[in-house]
Every structure is written in structure tokens, then in C-alpha cells.
Design a protein around this ligand. Structure first.
Ligand code: SIN
Length: 298
């Protein structure tokens, strides 16, 4: 009889001085994430927001104005940086091509966009820096967004394993997206621009990504788009990546961010991966996403 090992990684909860913020901040888990009250996206304090993101990696800004418009929202996104236009998904508003609509009706059984661990656009030459998601209509329960802290994932590897990985590059390819899209229409959830052939976009990026502002390091792999480690055989790559996906998805690395009405979520793709939980069938979920272009990873 083989014994099932009962062992789970244990981490220290991050200690962050909440007094430094004028907004009211409630950490979500020991790893990462915060709920924030008192930061209005129509009158944003970008300096405080940047400190919040450096500290927590993903923040849900509660209590946004009920009459927030798409134009207000886009203006907020512009204040965060250069807005990216998604290469695969057709925008719902002609005047605002950078806005991606993630809308799923109550009776839809279409593909749950984002329902896999990923870092936005990691297959791009300049993948996502920040992503912003506005919950225009959110389920009463379910439809949470789950995050993994990839800085913690890197830190909790042994020095020996980190040494083996450091300096290696990983190939990120939009294959997963392409397969899902061709196997099954995304229906009413996102509009795909069918006038173009789906081009396979792929780029190599360092497995240890450095944050351009804080200098901190994170494990930069994700289940949706990371397909191989440079210099390794397919079998070696698959085994190491499998281990890294499992390691970074361990409960102690994660924070489950719960949606409420009038909430805008912002996360840093350099230091996190995320997973849209598809457990809200029977309820409408209407979200609008903005991607802020990041740097070429280093
Ligand atoms: C995404 O993966 O970008 C969307 C996350 C969500 O819908 O919760």
C-alpha cells in the first residue's frame, strides 16, 4: 500500500504597513491581493495606486460610481499607461477599440474566457503589464477571479532549483487560445475577429521576470501559454513546466478575489497569474477589460 504524502507548503503572510495608504485596505490572503475602499477611478490617485499594486499585486477598488461610463473607464486606463488592442478579440465599442468585452449571458454555455491559469498576452513581444477589469454586472455568487503570486512562487523554490532555471527562457505561444477558439466558438462571451486567420503569436521570455519598477523577481510561466523551456527536450520541458504550474497553483500562493457590484479590479501580470472561475452558469456576468502594455520582459 502506498502512502499519500500529507504535506503542503507553508508560507509567511506578507507584512505590509497599511497605515501608509489613505484608502481603506483589506488584504485578501497571506500571499497577495487587497480590497480597497476610497480610491475613485474618476479622480484617481495614481501614486497611491502604484504603491498598492507594488504591495498587493492585485487590488479590487470597491464603491466605484454607479454611473461610471465607458469613456470614464478608458480615461482611467489611459492614466495607467499605453492601452493595448487585443490581437484576437473583436472590441464591442467601435469608439474604444482597447476595451475588450467579456460578457456571458445567464443561459450561455459558451467557453469561459480566462478559465485557465494565465498571464495576459504572455505570448506577445511586450506582454501585459497591468490589466484592468470592470465588473459592470457581476453574479451574486461565483465568477470570482483567482490569482497566484508568482513572486512567492519563485521565492519558495529551493535555491538549487532556482539556480537551474535562472537565465533560461520559456517559449510562450497563443496555441491554447487558438485551439479553444477553433474547437468551439466563443459564442456570446467574446467576439472573435473571424476576418483574419488566427496567427500563432509566440515569443521567448526569461523564466525569471524582473519588475521594472520594484526590481523584484517572479516566476514567469503559465499553464495557458508556456509551451517549452529553451534548451530542454520536450519531455524535460513538460515535466519541469508541469511541476512549476502545480507549484504556483498551490493554495498558499493564491488569493481568490470576490466580485461585488461597482468594483474595478487591477492586477500586475508581471508578478501574477490568474484564473477566471467558471462556476456562475445561470447568472449574467458582464465585464470590460483594458490591457496596459508592459515592457519586453527581462
Ligand atoms: C481574464 O482572464 O482576463 C478575465 C478574468 C475574469 O474574467 O475574471
Amino acid at each position: 500500500m502506498s502512502l499519500q504524502p500529507i504535506w503542503a507548503i507553508q508560507t509567511r503572510s506578507r507584512q505590509i504597513d497599511l497605515e501608509q495608504f489613505s484608502a481603506e485596505v483589506r488584504p485578501v490572503s497571506g500571499a497577495m491581493g487587497a480590497y480597497v475602499h476610497g480610491l475613485d477611478v474618476r479622480d484617481p490617485d495614481f501614486e497611491q495606486l502604484s504603491r498598492l499594486l507594488h504591495s498587493f499585486k492585485a487590488v479590487m477598488l470597491r464603491g466605484q460610481p454607479a454611473d461610471l461610463s465607458i469613456a470614464d473607464y478608458v480615461a482611467f486606463g489611459r492614466g495607467l499607461g499605453e492601452l493595448a488592442v487585443d490581437p484576437y478579440v473583436e472590441p464591442p465599442f467601435a469608439d474604444h477599440p482597447a476595451v475588450m468585452g467579456l460578457v456571458r449571458d445567464a443561459d450561455s454555455d459558451a467557453y469561459n474566457f480566462g478559465g485557465d491559469w494565465h498571464s495576459d498576452g504572455s505570448y506577445l513581444e511586450r506582454p501585459g503589464g497591468l490589466t484592468v477589469l470592470w465588473g459592470k454586472h457581476v453574479p451574486t455568487h461565483g465568477g470570482d477571479t483567482l490569482f497566484a503570486d508568482m513572486e512567492l512562487a519563485w521565492e519558495t523554490l529551493t535555491p538549487a532549483f532556482r539556480e537551474m532555471l535562472d537565465g533560461r527562457r520559456v517559449l510562450h505561444a497563443a496555441t491554447g487560445l487558438g485551439q479553444k477558439v477553433t474547437i468551439r466558438s466563443k459564442g456570446d462571451y467574446v467576439g472573435l475577429d473571424r476576418s483574419r486567420d488566427l496567427e500563432r503569436i509566440e515569443h521567448f521570455h526569461p523564466i525569471k521576470r524582473t519588475h521594472p519598477e520594484t526590481g523584484r523577481h517572479a516566476l514567469f510561466v503559465n499553464q495557458a501559454y508556456s509551451v517549452g523551456i529553451e534548451g530542454c527536450s520536450d519531455d524535460e520541458s513538460a515535466a519541469i513546466l508541469r511541476f512549476l504550474f502545480d507549484h504556483s497553483g498551490l493554495p498558499a500562493m493564491t488569493a481568490r478575489m470576490v466580485w461585488e457590484p461597482d468594483t474595478v479590479l487591477i492586477w500586475d501580470n508581471r508578478m501574477t497569474t490568474h484564473y477566471a472561475i467558471g462556476d456562475y452558469g445561470g447568472q449574467r456576468r458582464e465585464m470590460y477589460r483594458l490591457a496596459i502594455t508592459g515592457e519586453t520582459p527581462f
